[in-house]
Design a protein around this ligand. Structure first.
Ligand code: DGT
Ligand code: CA
Ligand code: ZN
Length: 586
C-alpha cells in the first residue's frame, strides 16, 4: 500500500467510528489527524516504516503507527475490516448519498428503521424524513435528489481507485510463467473519469497447453484482493475485488491479442463508425480479428499490434483516450490527429495550497516537493477571505505571504520560482473577494466558486461570466464544482462560459483531483477548439496532491490537448510573459 492508500484507510476508519454508537470523539479525531499527517509526509511509506521513522511524527500516536505498519506490511488493517463487518449495511449504503453525513445517517438509522435505500426513498416520499429532528422538507428533498443521483451512478468507481486495483493485479500476473502480453483495456485504458469495472487482456503462446492457461486463471482468481469468483474458464474469468469493483480477465493466444485488446478497449461508440469504415472497405472487425471479405469468404489480415489494425484500415493509430467517437475516426483517416500532451511536458505547478490557508504543508515544503519532481515553478494560490472555513487569507495575510515567497525566491536564486497567487472566491454577484489593487499585486489569480451553489442556471452563468470578464482573473478554477460520484456541478451554461473565456483570453483549468476532473473532457475539447489555454492544476492541499497532475493529463488527452494547449507546459519565463501580456492587454 502506498501513502495515499494508507491515509484513505485511516480516514475511512474515522468515518466508520463516527457511524458506530459510543465512539470517542478523541479516537475519531486521532484517525482524522493521522490521515492528514500522512498526506503531508514526504518519502516512501514502506521505507519510513522499515526504518522505524514514523515515531515522533506529529499527529501519529503509537496505536495508529502500529496500524500503519500493519497496512504497509499486510495490505490491510484488521481493525478496519472489523469496523466494516460491524457496521449495518444500510449505514454504509447511506454514505454514498451526496450531502448526507454521518450524523444524519445515524439519526435516520436510529429513528426510521430503514434497512435499504429503497425504504429510505419511500420514507422520504411518505414525508417521514422531514420530521426528524434537525431535518425538514429541504433536507428531505436533498436526500431524494441524492438518491436519484446515486441510482444514475450506481456501481461506478473513480479512475484512481480502479487504477490502483488493476495495477496490483497486473503486476502479479506479469510474473506468471507463460504470460506473453498483458494489458488493461476498457474504460480504464481510455482513462475515463469513472469506470464500471476493470477489463484486462492477457496472451499466452498460441501453442500453450490447457495447463498453462488454467494455472494463470487459478493464480488470478486466488489473488488476495479477490473477494468472490463470478466466473472461471480458460478464456475468461470474472471476479469481484474486495473494493467491490468487478474485473474480467480474458486470455487469448498471442496472435489474437491485438484484436481482442482492441475490441475490449472500446469504446462501443468508437467501434460503430470503425466497423462501418471496415465494411466500406470490404473488411470486418471483431474481437477475433480483422478480416478481408471476398466472395463471402473471410481471410484474416495479420496484425502484430493495434497500430497494424488501424493501418490496415488506412488510418493512423488512435490513442485509447481518443476512442470515444468524437471525430477521431475521420481525423485518423485524414492523418490529422493531434499529438497529445504527456505528463513529461509539464514544466510547473499552478493552483496549490499551503498552511497559510487549508493546505497541510509550508510553501517551502511544497516548493521542495515540486523541485524533487523536476518542476521549475510553483504557483501558490491559497484561499481568499470569503472561504473562512478554509482559513482564507485577508489582503494583509496575502502581503505577508508575498514577503515569505520573496525570501524563498531569493534563496532559490533562479533555480526555481514561486509565483504569488490566490484562489480567490467568486462572490454571489460575480465580483471577486479581493479588490482590484490586491489582485493586481499578484502574479496570477485563480477564481473559483465555493458558495451559493443553489442559484438558477441563468444566475450562476451570469456570475461566472462576470468573473471571466474581470481583467485580473487569469484562470477559472474547477469550473462546474462537480464531485464525481458525489454531487453534480452547479447549473451552468458551459457553452456560454467557454465563449466568454475565449473572448477575454481567460484560462479554464483542468482540476486534476481525481474526484473533480473538472472541466469535463468533453468541454475541454470545445475550449481547446476556441483557443483557450488550459492549465492542468493539481489543486494540491498537501505534497501528495502534486502527484494528481497525472489524472489531469489523462483528461487533457481525452480532450485532444496538445502540448501547446496546456498552459503549464510553458517554461517559467514564457509563463510569466503570458500572464503579463494578458493583463496588460486589458
Ligand atoms: P465501463 O466498464 O462502463 O466503464 O466502460 P467500458 O468501455 O469498459 O465497457 P465494458 O466493460 O462494458 O466493455 C469493454 C469494452 O468491450 C467496450 O468498450 C467495448 C467492448 N464491448 C463489450 N461489450 C460489447 C458489445 O456488446 N458490443 C460491442 N460492440 N462492444 C462491446
Ligand atoms: Ca469496463
Ligand atoms: Zn477551490
Amino acid at each position: 500500500m502506498d501513502k495515499n492508500q494508507v491515509a484513505n484507510l485511516l480516514e475511512e476508519i474515522a468515518v466508520l467510528l463516527t457511524l458506530k454508537d459510543g465512539s470517542s470523539v478523541f479516537e475519531i479525531r486521532a484517525y482524522e489527524n493521522a490521515a492528514r499527517a500522512l498526506g503531508s509526509l514526504e518519502g516512501d511509506i514502506g521505507k519510513l516504516v522499515q526504518e522505524g521513522k514514523l515515531k515522533g511524527t506529529p499527529g501519529l500516536g503509537p496505536t495508529i503507527i502500529k496500524r500503519i505498519e500493519e497496512a504497509v506490511q499486510t495490505e490491510h488493517i484488521a481493525f478496519y475490516d472489523e469496523l466494516v463487518a460491524n457496521t449495518p449495511q444500510i449505514k454504509l449504503d447511506m454514505r454514498r448519498i451526496p450531502g448526507v453525513g454521518p450524523k444524519r445517517i445515524n439519526m435516520i438509522y436510529q429513528q426510521l428503521n430503514v434497512t435499504t435505500l429503497a425504504e429510505l426513498e419511500q420514507a422520504c416520499k411518505d414525508d417521514r424524513v422531514a420530521h426528524l429532528p434537525g431535518f425538514g422538507k429541504k433536507t428531505q428533498d436533498k436526500i431524494l435528489q441524492g438518491l436519484s443521483f446515486l441510482s444514475q451512478h450506481a456501481d461506478r468507481y473513480l479512475y484512481d481507485v480502479a487504477e490502483v486495483e488493476a495495477e496490483r493485479i497486473r503486476e502479479a500476473l506479469a510474473s506468471q510463467p507463460g504470460v506473453v502480453r498483458l494489458q488493461v483495456a476498457g474504460s480504464l485504458r481510455r482513462r475515463r473519469e469513472t469506470v464500471k469495472d476493470i477489463d484486462m487482456v492477457l496472451s499466452v503462446d498460441d501453442q500453450a497447453s490447457s495447463d498453462v492457461r488454467r494455472a494463470i486463471m487459478d493464480f488470478f482468481t486466488s489473488q488476495p484482493s479477490v473477494k468472490a469468483i463470478t466466473g472461471k474458464g480458460e478464456t475468461k474469468s470474472s471476479v469481484v475485488l474486495n473494493s467491490g469493483i468487478a474485473m474480467d480477465l480474458r486470455l487469448v493466444g498471442d496472435s489474437q491479442f491485438p484484436y481482442t485488446l482492441h475490441h475490449f478497449t472500446g469504446s462501443r461508440e468508437h467501434h460503430i463508425p470503425l466497423r462501418r469504415r471496415a465494411l466500406s472497405m470490404n473488411m470486418t472487425i471483431n474481437d477475433y480479428g480483422l478480416f478481408k471479405v471476398e466472395n463471402g469468404k473471410e481471410t484474416l489480415i495479420p496484425c502484430q499490434n493495434e497500430t497494424d489494425i488501424y493501418h490496415a484500415l488506412q488510418m493512423d493509430y488512435v490513442e485509447p483516450e481518443l476512442r470515444e467517437d468524437m471525430g477521431e475516426i475521420e481525423a485518423a483517416a485524414r492523418h490529422a490527429l493531434p499529438k497529445l500532451v504527456q505528463e513529461s511536458d509539464l514544466r510547473g505547478v499552478l493552483h496549490a495550497h499551503s498552511t497559510w490557508s487549508d493546505g497541510q504543508n509550508s510553501i517551502r515544503d511544497m516548493a521542495e516537493a515540486c523541485i524533487a519532481r523536476g518542476y521549475s515553478y510553483l504557483g501558490m494560490s491559497d484561499h481568499s477571505r470569503a472561504a473562512a472555513y478554509a482559513g482564507g487569507l485577508s489582503p494583509d495575510d496575502l502581503k505577508r505571504q508575498g514577503e515569505e515567497i520573496d525570501k524563498l525566491n531569493e534563496e532559490y536564486a533562479g533555480r526555481f520560482h514561486i509565483l504569488k497567487g490566490s484562489e480567490c472566491d467568486i462572490l454571489r454577484d460575480g465580483s471577486l473577494d479581493f479588490p482590484d489593487e490586491v489582485l493586481a499585486s499578484l502574479d496570477f489569480v485563480v477564481a473559483s466558486i465555493h458558495s451559493n451553489f443553489n442559484l438558477s442556471q441563468e444566475e450562476q452563468t451570469q456570475r461566472m461570466l462576470r468573473a471571466i470578464a474581470n481583467p485580473y482573473v487569469d484562470i477559472i478554477g474547477h469550473a462546474t464544482g462537480r464531485i464525481l460520484l458525489g454531487r453534480p456541478g452547479y447549473p451552468l451554461d458551459l457553452d456560454q462560459v467557454i465563449d466568454a473565456a475565449a473572448q477575454h483570453g481567460t484560462c479554464i483549468e483542468i482540476n486534476a483531483h481525481p474526484s473533480r476532473l473538472d472541466l469535463d473532457w468533453r468541454y475541454v475539447r470545445k475550449a481547446r477548439d476556441k483557443g483557450i489555454k488550459i492549465p492542468v492544476d493539481p489543486d494540491a492541499h498537501a505534497l501528495a496532491g502534486i502527484d494528481d497532475m497525472r489524472y489531469g493529463i489523462g483528461i487533457a488527452r481525452k480532450g485532444w490537448l496538445r502540448t501547446e494547449d496546456v498552459l503549464n507546459t510553458l517554461d517559467f519565463e514564457a509563463l510569466r510573459a503570458f500572464f503579463h501580456v494578458r493583463r496588460s492587454k486589458k
